[in-house]
Design a protein around this ligand. Structure first.
Ligand code: C5P
Length: 466
């Protein structure tokens, strides 16, 4: 019988195995044994009855949260098909209602193919009232998202109308409601719409967008574009986080943050412009999600994030030592801007400036690469290793190369050219680079980037609830 070792498997498969093993608390070898045993037992069992096409399977489940997506009748409806994909890749179970007007823009077949579920369109459809019914549709959900929310839908909601399936469900639901308005700028600016908006906000409805920009009608610009699917998905993540979900409960998360200071002598050092804002925001968001967080930070002027174990370090070598001591962890996120080089001939005493003497030469040597060291750790590699790529050019190409070179699972790439204001600023624009491809996140605050990342990690780790 031929023999096969885990070492011979390709990197993607090995990584999937590590994730599975970490989730089930088994060694990789035990996990392989369990899978093989289950496969052998399955091959003995009678063939299962074929099921209807399930649509794209989620990589993971966010604790089986259900989102009911109501698609209104506007040109932005086509973007809601992408929104379904974004929600499904986060592991949400998605059901769709299309208003009659929405069916003029997209078909129930397209929505159904993406959700993998039946799509609902009619309040008076005897079949759907018999097996689901609008009251069950309203109740069997954790969140209702209306995208695009047209001026008409907003007016009906603000006034409690219930003359079709979408509005009847909106009136009957007790779940949180998120609206992504989309309409012509004049319709948005109209006093009637603004009155309805104020009423809906007072009723506890959450809004995302609309954004300003080019409209579908040629030559029209203004506020009224529906928020991008990624922005809406981010708003969904935040709503669930705000509802007190603790999706990372029981997970150990390590974050590095801030710059490092590399001494020239006891009073001078080489540093960089990293503020630590992004790393600290990630540590805070991970702690809010229930994780057991160790934050290893270089010198920053930020307040200590609440609820995390903070280890303060100065140099890259200190940071590597502290990181290795913090193992084992389930997830490691390397947001620190570690100095690439340190001074080999740093002075033990303050180097004196003496008249007539030559200026001292600084001899630089390479610092250890902490991310790469942990990603290649022989026996304590975290199940998920995430790095950052701060680039000023060729952001995507450099990030992809870095993913391979450093051996990490995900890279969050950002353009830190001075004109972006990212370095030291409060907002960030991320490209998430994984073995599956590149995902562009919308520009958002560093706090929102942190929450979005934590939601993605939670989905990947399929964490149990607290
Ligand atoms: O190679 P580069 O500095 O662009 O890589 C950036 C990523 O690697 C970041 O996640 C950073 O925290 C990490 N890194 C590290 N140790 C180093 C250099 C970078 O952990 N010495």
């Amino acid at each position: 019988m031929a023999s096969l070792t885990v070492r011979q498997l390709d990197e993607t498969l090995k990584q999937q195995l590590r994730l599975r093993a970490a989730r089930s608390g088994r060694s990789v070898e035990d996990e392989v044994r369990t899978i093989l045993k289950a496969a052998a037992e399955e091959s003995e069992a009678p063939a299962p009855v074929a099921k209807a096409a399930p649509g794209p399977a989620p990589a993971t489940k966010v604790a089986n949260k259900r989102v009911l997506l109501i698609i209104g009748g506007g040109i932005a409806a086509y973007k809601s098909l992408d929104l379904i994909r974004r929600l499904k890749e986060r592991g949400f179970a998605v059901r769709c209602i299309l208003t009659a007007a929405a069916t003029q823009f997209i078909t129930p077949l397209a929505a159904g193919a993406l959700t993998g579920e039946r799509v609902f369109t009619d309040l008076f459809d005897p079949a759907s009232e018999f097996d689901v019914g609008h009251i069950r549709l309203a109740r069997d959900t954790d969140l209702v998202v209306v995208a695009p929310a047209t001026a008409d839908l907003m007016a009906k909601m603000a006034n409690g109308h219930a003359n079709d399936l979408a509005t009847a469900v909106l009136l009957a639901t007790t779940a949180k409601v998120l609206l992504a308005p989309a309409m012509n700028p004049q319709m948005w600016a109209n006093q009637a719409t603004q009155r309805n908006l104020a009423q809906l906000k007072a009723d506890g409805v959450t809004m995302t967008g609309p954004n300003a920009g080019e409209m579908a009608e040629s030559g029209e610009r203004g506020t009224g574009r529906m928020a991008e699917p990624m922005e809406i998905a981010g708003a969904v993540d935040r709503l669930f986080a705000a509802q007190g979900e603790r999706p990372l409960a029981g997970q150990r998360v390590l974050v590095t943050s801030g710059p490092t200071h590399e001494p020239i002598d006891p009073v001078r050092y080489i540093a960089n412009r990293s503020s630590g804002k992004q790393g600290h925001a990630i540590a805070t968001a991970a702690a809010q999600a229930g994780a057991d967080v160790t934050l290893i930070s270089g010198p920053v002027t930020l307040p200590d994030p609440p609820g995390v174990k903070l280890i303060k370090v100065e140099s890259a070598r200190d940071m590597l030592r502290a990181t290795e001591q913090a193992l084992p962890v389930d997830v490691a996120i390397f947001a620190a801007a570690v100095a690439d080089w340190r001074v080999a001939n740093a002075g033990e005493q303050k180097i004196k400036k003496k008249a007539g003497e030559s200026i001292p030469d600084l001899l630089l040597v390479e610092n250890p690469d902490i991310l790469s060291a942990i990603a290649h750790h022989i026996d304590q590699r975290p199940a998920l290793v995430i790095g950052f790529a701060a680039e000023t050019e060729n952001v995507e190409a450099n990030a992809k190369a870095k993913l391979a070179r450093k051996g990490c699972d995900w890279i969050l790439a950002n353009d830190v050219s001075p004109q972006t204001g990212i370095m030291g600023g409060d907002s960030n624009t991320i490209k998430l680079v994984t073995a599956d491809g590149i995902e562009a996140w919308p520009p958002q605050s560093k706090d929102d980037v942190a929450r979005m990342l934590i939601a993605r990690i939670a989905a990947a780790m399929k964490a149990p609830k607290a």
